[in-house]
Design a protein around this ligand. Structure first.
Ligand SMILES: [Zn+2]
Length: 246
């Protein structure tokens, strides 16, 4: 049984190694995917901003037309004023001219503030576009790296699988089945040390009788609490005895 357990521990080491390789790549891929979502949000914001900017430009265009019209009308009014002969018409045209001047002043103020708005909005758009492009390049590179890492671990994983297959053949089918069953139910290790009298899988103390049985190493023992396969290592037990804090 001792030898069988040693093989099982060896197999588990390889299995966990494979798992770790995959987890690392998966974590990196998750990060790339999360970044891609952020990028899409940024693209949406940029799009909204560009639309608002276009809108400001349109308003500015309208205001400029309004200004030109008022200026033309003021010009026209002045011409009429020069040609006028009676004082009543003169006064009316003067009021009209005054009115156009007021409109011109107001529209000019609108144009000035819209132009300022536009300058700020254009600077912001440029900034947003720059960071969008930088992030986009960064993500693209990260995605390529993850794809490469994913391809390169395939070879390593296959190598580990081949090694695992060799060891698995040396383990009794019922022990192997038990191991695979626990692995499918629980994350991480399925075979754990209980050399100190405590299951290192779930940290529950073993019953004294169970611990005695375990130390005989004649049978396949499982933790009563978490069902993981437990083993006893005399060296480890001695170490734990001498350095209990460890
Ligand atoms: Zn346990």
């Amino acid at each position: 049984m001792k030898e069988q357990l040693e093989k099982l521990i060896e197999l588990q080491k390889i299995d966990l190694e494979q798992e770790a390789l995959r987890v690392r790549v998966d974590e990196r891929r998750d990060k790339v995917n999360a970044d891609t979502e952020n990028l899409q949000e940024l693209a949406q914001m940029l799009d909204d901003h560009t639309k608002a900017l276009e809108n400001t430009k349109t308003i500015l265009g309208t205001k400029r037309e309004e200004l030109e019209r008022a200026e033309r009308e003021l010009e026209h009014s002045k011409e009429k004023l020069n040609a006028v002969t009676n004082s009543r018409d003169y006064a009316a045209l003067e009021r009209e001219g005054e009115n156009f001047r007021k409109i011109i002043t107001a529209v000019e103020a609108d144009i000035e503030s819209l132009q300022k708005e536009l300058v700020t909005a254009e600077a912001k758009e440029k900034e947003m576009r720059t960071s969008y492009e930088a992030l986009s390049v960064e993500i693209e590179a990260a995605r390529r790296e993850v794809d490469e890492a994913s391809a390169s671990i395939e070879d390593q994983v296959n190598e580990l699988k081949a090694k695992a297959d060799v060891i698995a053949k040396l383990i009794k089918p019922q022990i192997l089945a038990r191991y695979r069953f626990i692995r499918s139910k629980r994350a991480g290790a399925a075979v754990v040390s209980a050399s100190g009298g405590t299951c290192t899988g779930c940290h529950m103390k073993l019953q004294p009788q169970a611990y005695i049985v375990l130390q005989r190493q004649n049978s396949l023992e499982c933790c009563q609490n978490c069902q993981r396969i437990i083993y006893f290592d005399a060296e480890e037990a001695a170490e734990l005895h001498n350095h209990p804090a460890k």
